[in-house]
Write a protein that binds this ligand. Structure first.
Ligand code: NDP
Ligand code: MG
Length: 398
């Protein structure tokens, strides 16, 4: 019997929420997927366990101290382990991966996105921040140019559940057919709260998300609705959709993962029980669809999902959403400023160093202080990013 050729995949950020779920998908489809590279930042032990179990020939730790890493003789057999952010881009280039899942968190994912595209591999993109800040860079804009979206030449496949939904709705459609994106949002743990109530919320409150279990950064972003703001910018780049035609809509049940309105008035939506393994697996399996990973929730029962609700977001209580729309529309360096300020403020809130509404205030201040300039290069983008981080850090220290 002839053996199936397995797709070679790299999983960046394998120790995180998306990364661990991606490895579950791999475990369910070992006959179709071969892992050639794993990465983590500083979770040494878990990364080594994953590398041994997969097994993966190469692993990279981008943020671990050499002293925290076992000697080569103590590594899992056959594993080559590298340290540092540069080692990750080099490992992507050398991996021979057909597909790279970028599940790093934050702007740190940009170099990995660029290295993947430069290597000619398909990019399965969970790391929305790299698209938010780098969507206008020619390397990324060119990778998004082949149309129709989702056609055989697609080089970037979205993993974010909303964007995977839109991607699925647009499969087989002509680009010109897209009239509006309805970008659904759960509303997060603070849906319906007033500004006074929001002012008293702590990180522990924010980390209790109603429908999704995710890493801490995106969970806080979901509480401020910055996540939806970042996703609006992400959708703008992925689907070449003008900002005026992207409407965020609060849908508490997270059953409809997003919808598109088409030229003739038809509206297509993608529905399912919330489970990130579905969009992760689809990014791995396209153009095929495979059976779900074990322990996945049962298929959606429409009778059980009878009470679906939709509401406009409260832009006044959740100011980060409007700030992201503003930054997206301004373009150039504005989304870089927005994202860098948000990353620093998000982390400070998580560490109890600022209040919930300070996140919005710090992002607003950064956008006021840094004019929106055209992006000249990755290096200048990273200089702006670093400068904004220093600026917000000084504000927090006062
Ligand atoms: P996690 O925080 O759970 O995981 C992040 C991963 O990236 C970990 O492997 C971590 O390693 C690694 N990492 C952290 N910092 C760095 C760095 N500076 N450089 C390189 N690697 C780093 O995040 P999530 O899995 O929740 O999210 C990952 C991305 O996917 C984000 O962009 C998020 O917005 C997006 N996403 C996530 C969803 C979810 O359900 N979680 C849904 C949709 C999108 P270590 O363990 O060593 O710290
Ligand atoms: Mg999402």
């Amino acid at each position: 019997m002839s053996q199936r050729v397995r797709k070679k995949i790299a999983i960046l950020g394998s120790t995180g929420s998306i990364g661990r779920q991606a490895l579950e998908v791999v475990g369910a489809h070992r006959d179709r997927l071969e892992v050639v590279l794993l990465s983590a930042h500083s979770s040494v032990e878990l990364l080594l366990q994953q590398a041994a179990a997969t097994p993966a020939p190469v692993a990279v730790l981008t943020g671990a101290e050499p002293a925290a890493v076992p000697a080569p003789a103590d590594l899992p057999r056959g594993l080559r382990l590298y340290l540092g952010a540069e080692a990750l881009t080099e490992a992507i280039a050398a991996s021979g991966a057909d597909l790279v899942l970028n599940a790093l968190v934050g702007a740190a994912g940009l170099r990995a996105t660029l290295a993947t595209l430069a290597a000619g591999a398909t990019l399965a993109l969970a790391n929305k921040e790299s698209l938010v800040i780098g969507g206008e860079l020619p390397q990324i804009a060119e990778a998004l140019a082949p149309r129709p979206f989702g056609g055989p030449d697609a080089r970037i496949i979205p993993v974010d559940s909303e964007h995977s939904a839109i991607f699925q709705c647009l499969l087989g459609e002509d680009d010109a057919a897209l009239k509006r994106i309805w970008l659904t949002a759960s509303g997060g743990p603070f849906f319906g709260c007033s500004r006074d109530e929001l002012a008293r919320k702590t990180a522990a409150d924010a980390l209790r998300h109603p429908t999704w279990t995710m890493g801490p950064k995106i969970t806080i972003d979901s509480a401020t609705l910055m996540n939806k703001g970042l996703e609006i910018i992400e959708a703008h780049h992925l689907f070449a959709c003008p900002y005026d035609a992207i409407t965020p809509v609060i849908h508490r049940q997270s059953i409809i993962h997003s919808a598109v309105a088409l030229a003739d008035g038809a509206v297509k939506a993608q529905l399912g029980t919330p489970d990130m393994r579905v969009p992760i697996q689809l990014a791995f399996s396209l153009p095929e669809r495979w059976r779900p990973a074990p322990q996945s929730p049962a298929d959606l029962d429409l009778f059980a999902a009878a009470d679906l609700s939709f509401a406009a977001p409260d832009f006044e209580a959740f100011g980060c959403l409007a700030l992201a729309q503003e930054a997206g529309r301004a373009g150039g360096s504005a989304p870089v400023v927005l994202n860098a300020a948000n990353e620093v403020a998000n982390e400070a809130f998580c560490a109890g160093r600022c209040g919930f509404l300070d996140i919005e205030a710090l992002v607003r201040d950064a956008l006021d202080c840094y004019p929106a300039d055209p992006l000249e290069s990755v290096d200048s983008l990273e200089e702006i990013d670093a400068s904004v981080r220093r600026h917000v850090g000084l504000k927090l220290a006062r």
